[in-house]
Ligand binder design. Structure first.
Ligand SMILES: [Zn+2]
Length: 345
């Protein structure tokens, strides 16, 4: 059953939202930020339910006895919202990588009419950073003159990706990466997998349910094997080979940040393999990492991890992926190149 009760590992944002709901001070526009797979959409759905549940929503928080934000999960409103069929709860998501102005205009038309049955209409705009400037400006007009009985919830990786004038009119609520144990608990609950497998997938997922599910499905493990092979080849690559690898990763438009995180945790494991193998993240690959670690110098690994983190920061700030990855791979190849046998290190 959806609702705030089912959100694991996001205590702070959930507390903020339930308080706003209980006090009746929910702003008309919210911006949920955080990486993919940390519960932003689930929380948006929970807000829609809390605003419209026919049994619990109305009295929630009034006498202090009812947990605020509580929903029954069973009434007609709750069921329709959970199924995505409530006529007053709209979902907008990028189409072909972009949210265009037509969609926002159509939304304005919808909000110009009275609600069909809801107390509060909820519009969820996923990946708000993919609104083109025309769409963002059309939305801005709506935020300046908010339609009655309406809550707009935007989601984005980070506020910096969204037009500042839009951000300034929203109450921002951040969803951090989910702690490893919480993530494992979610996998056990939602995928019914055994706790050990869940713990393993959670350790490789960087706090994201989406990535943890990919890891568990094997897709992530295949990706990791491929990345590991590329990493092993990196010091021997020609400059042209490094540029080609950067182009390949940038062109695939996959989860580049997730890829870099896998490489970073792999190198971190190599750095600690000798001293505290029990803390390794890629515990299933312990032997291979310990073998690889012999060829790495500690300071070189530290340098490589710094370079990876710097690249992730640049990508988050919308730097050109291909150029960022080119510079990164050239640095990594330099750091991880084994020193000549006579230069004792
Ligand atoms: Zn209900």
């Amino acid at each position: 059953m959806p609702g705030f009760d089912t959100i694991i590992g996001q205590t702070r944002p959930v507390r903020t939202l339930t308080r706003l709901l209980a006090r009746g001070t929910l702003p008309h526009a919210l911006l949920f930020t955080g990486i993919e797979g940390v519960g932003k959409k689930t929380a948006a759905t929970a807000v829609a339910m809390a605003c419209n549940c026919l049994r619990r929503g109305a009295e929630a928080g009034r006498d202090g006895s009812e947990p605020s934000g509580a929903v029954c999960g069973e009434c007609a409103a709750c069921r329709k919202i959970a199924a995505g069929t409530h006529p007053d709860v709209r979902h907008l998501a990028p189409d072909g990588g972009m949210i265009k102005i037509d969609r926002i205009r159509e939304l304005c038309g919808f909000l110009g009419m009275k609600p069909y049955e809801a107390r509060t209409r909820v519009v969820i705009i996923a990946e708000a950073q993919s609104m083109n400037p025309a769409a963002a400006n059309a939305l801005l007009k709506m935020l300046e003159e908010p339609p009655p009985q309406t809550v707009l919830i935007l989601t984005a990786g980070q506020a910096a990706d969204v037009l500042p004038t839009v951000v300034s009119r929203c109450r921002q609520i951040h969803f951090g990466p989910i702690a490893r144990q919480d993530l494992a608990a979610i996998l056990v609950r939602d995928l019914a997998i055994d706790p050990q497998q869940a713990a393993h997938a959670a350790a490789l997922a960087g706090g994201s349910v989406t990535r943890a599910v990919a890891m568990h499905s094997g897709q992530g493990l295949r990706r990791r094997a491929w990345l590991k092979a590329q990493l092993a080849e990196l010091p021997r690559q020609t400059p042209l080979g490094l540029l080609a690898l950067a182009e390949k990763l940038a062109r695939e438009r996959g989860d580049v940040e997730g890829d870099l995180e896998i490489v970073a945790t792999w190198l971190r494991d190599a750095a600690i393999a000798r001293h505290c193998p029990e803390s390794m993240i890629h515990a299933d690959e312990r032997g291979a990492i310990q073998a690889a670690a012999v060829g790495f110098e500690d300071h070189a690994v530290a340098e490589a991890i710094d370079a990876l983190q710097a690249a992730v920061r640049k990508l988050r700030a919308n730097a050109n992926p291909r150029l960022t990855l080119e510079a990164l791979f050239i640095r990594l190849a330099g750091s991880l190149r084994p020193s000549p046998p006579d230069a004792d290190g």
